[in-house]
Design a binder for this molecule. Structure first.
Ligand code: BG6
Ligand code: MG
Length: 217
């Protein structure tokens, strides 16, 4: 029986995945790495330093920079990203998310956040959604990022639930893999060909309601 929901943030609650992409694209251009749709999709859900490594690898440049230089590049990307999220307001919440969170709350489901982003709490604050997420997995405590299940296992643990009692919600292929590997039920939001491993697919956040989920299960 499902008792809780573990949410990804970027691309699920709000469209910050676009800001992440723009900021990485900018950095890739600067590094002379060709930006492709495959690279863009592959970066979704991936931690900051792992994302940088992925971009450098795509351009065969992973050995061209010292660790210190890599940290500086990742910091540059993050500064650009933070610049964008500071402009966000509750109007940036994706369609249907607020009513869905209210529906979960009024039906007694527990809610936690399993975002790889260290900016997660700031984004929730800008969206005025902090109250809905009493439990947030701190990505700094993880030994491995998505697609490793660790973040979703912790998301369930914070709610004192077993993984089987949780549904994870994701927009990234790496995230859906993490949910499945954690033994939770996965919802994939977005292109169903990219998220084909999800137990339930919705094309858009607006389609996600408790009724639609119950029907799909
Ligand atoms: C994930 C995003 O939620 O967080 C990724 O999908 C991002 O694109 C990752 O790289 C890490 O975010 P941050 O804010 O800690 O750099
Ligand atoms: Mg995401």
């Amino acid at each position: 029986q499902i008792k809780g929901f573990v949410f990804d943030l970027d691309g699920v609650i709000t469209d910050t995945s676009v800001y992440h992409s723009i900021a990485w694209h900018q950095l890739a251009d600067k590094l002379g790495v060709t930006w492709t749709k495959t690279l863009e999709d592959g970066l979704k859900g991936i931690s900051r330093m792992d994302s940088l490594e992925m971009i450098l690898k795509a351009g065969n440049k992973e050995n061209d920079y010292t660790q210190e230089e890599k940290v500086a590049l990742a910091t540059e990307k993050n500064d650009n990203y933070v610049n964008e999220i500071m402009k966000m307001t509750p109007a940036n919440i994706l369609p249907g998310i607020k009513p869905f969170l209210d529906e979960l709350r009024s039906n007694g489901y527990l809610i936690s956040l399993a975002s790889a982003s260290k900016n997660g709490p700031t984004v929730l604050d800008k969206l005025a959604l902090t109250d809905y997420f009493p439990e947030i997995v701190d990505p700094a405590t993880l030994s491995k990022g998505k697609p490793d299940p660790e973040i979703y296992v912790k998301g369930a643990e914070l709610l004192n639930l077993k993984p089987e009692e949780c549904i994870g919600v994701e927009d990234a292929a790496a995230g859906v893999q993490a949910i499945n590997a954690a033994n939770e039920t996965s919802i994939g939001i977005g292109d169903p060909t990219i998220l084909s491993e999800a137990d339930i697919n919705f094309k858009e956040t607006a389609e996600m309601t408790l009724d639609a989920i119950k029907q799909a299960l």
